[in-house]
Design a protein around this ligand. Structure first.
Ligand code: RNT
Ligand code: ZN
Length: 422
């Protein structure tokens, strides 16, 4: 990358300004470099997976749009991920769903998957210095067609999904072993009802029982960490979701599992930022699905908005970076998919940097003195500090494009690679 002297100059001025507020930009950048973001494979192919080419997305998930160039094979997906990763500063992770296994053209059902089907992904991650996370796929399958999986009234169906999830934890552990860092295996299920249930209780009792069966065998947290993801409602489960927030909060706390907070899984005006310091009083670690709902759980591409800044701020200001795992979760098929990854990941990193540059000590001193006037004044002044200059410097120092320059690389990839996928 050609060094731009203006990037250096602007950074020098910014550093001075922050130093005047007792904020050490060098320290902020050293920390930012260590924070991995888990890139969700499913943005690359509209949550299609590689079991069968024409599969339709289930579980109430929808990826709208038909932008050309969707990845159709694992190799295509890896090529697209490599392009995105070359535009995102820092070292990151890959978040893989179980139905992205490589089955060699054979039919391997969900209750038959083994670490072998993910060997190539692990090798690729290792070669690229990426960590990996994993997810059971409890949707887009005939045995999930009626909207129930682990909470199904039919024991055989529950057993099928239990077996799938047990195998996913084993695959998670194999990933952790292969990459020498723990894999977070996150469980989300679609179970719920479109209209008012007559029995809200029994499915929840069945789900708790299924979860206990899945987690029965101890797995070293050095290899695999279990997370569970609640949701308020989905398409086709508007009236009732078995795995609600309260259900999984209770489950995670009582079983000491990671709770996954997805930014799109609450009431439209309910943010997850304020939940972080609450649940971390009772849980050692959590997972965040950084997403953006527009009026509903629409999974729009993550942008640098107030919700995202608040999330990053709560993690950083409270010193929770070591206890919060960060993953992206959205799927937009209406724009270039590599750009979607790049925009979301860069936005999250920018929000973290913004938080790392906050003069928190000053804000907290004002608060401790009861000077809420100064606290509010500072909170507003912070918004126009020269944060962009620090971000540009960080990108340059990490050898990724500065500012909007990444877009040209995405357009080149589109012309040379994506446009040939017809
Ligand atoms: C669904 C959940 C879940 C999925 C992925 C594909 O509402 O957010 O995390 O998006 O498993
Ligand atoms: Zn999610």
């Amino acid at each position: 990358m050609k060094a731009d002297p203006n990037v250096e100059k602007s950074f020098a001025l910014a550093r001075e300004r922050y130093a005047g507020l007792e904020v050490d930009t060098g320290h902020a950048l050293r920390i930012l470099k260590t924070v991995p973001v888990s890139l969700h494979c499913w943005q690359g192919d509209d949550v299609g997976g590689f079991e069968n080419p024409g599969a339709t997305l289930g579980g109430g998930l929808v990826a709208t749009g038909n932008y050309p160039g969707r990845a159709r094979t694992p190799d295509e997906l890896r090529a697209d991920l490599e392009t995105a990763l070359s535009l995102i500063p820092g070292k990151h992770r890959l978040n893989l769903h179980a139905f992205y296994g490589e089955f060699g053209g054979r039919k391997v059902d969900r209750d038959e998957i083994t670490p072998d089907h993910f060997k190539k992904w692990m090798g690729w991650a290792k070669k690229n210095g990426l960590g990996m996370d994993f997810n059971p796929t409890c949707f887009s399958h005939p045995k999930a067609a009626d909207g129930f999986t682990l909470a199904h009234r039919d024991k055989a169906i529950r057993q099928f999904w239990i077996e799938h999830c047990v195998r996913c934890r084993e695959i998670g552990a194999a990933i952790g072993r292969a990459l020498d860092k723990p894999c977070v295996t996150n469980l989300w299920i679609p179970d719920g009802m479109k209209d008012t249930p007559a029995d809200r209780q029994a499915p929840r009792a069945r789900l708790a029982e299924s979860l206990d069966a899945i987690f029965q065998k101890p797995v070293s947290p050095k290899l695999n960490l279990d997370a569970v993801e609640p949701k308020l409602f989905g398409i086709g489960s508007e009236s009732y979701v078995v795995g609600s927030h309260e259900f999984y909060l209770g489950y995670a706390v009582s079983r000491q599992k990671l709770l996954c907070l997805d930014a799109g899984h609450y009431h439209p005006t309910e943010g997850i930022a304020d939940k972080i310091s609450s649940v971390l009083q009772f849980l050692p670690e959590i997972l965040l699905h950084v997403s953006r709902g527009v009026r509903w759980d629409s999974d729009h591409v993550v942008i640098l908005d107030d919700d995202l800044l608040a999330i990053a701020r709560e993690i950083v200001a409270n010193g929770f970076l070591g206890r919060v795992h960060l993953g992206l979760d959205y799927f937009d098929a209406s724009i270039n998919r590599v750009a979607a990854w790049t925009i979301g990941a860069r936005s999250l990193l920018r929000a973290l940097l913004f938080a790392l540059l906050e003069p928190t000590a000053r804000l907290r001193a004002a608060e401790a003195e009861g000077d809420y006037t100064a606290r509010l004044a500072w909170q507003e002044e912070i918004k126009t500090l020269p944060f962009g200059a620090v971000w540009n410097f960080y990108c340059a120092s990490q050898n990724v494009p500065v500012g909007e320059a990444w877009l040209a690389a995405v357009k080149r990839h589109e012309k040379e690679v994506l446009s040939k996928r017809r």
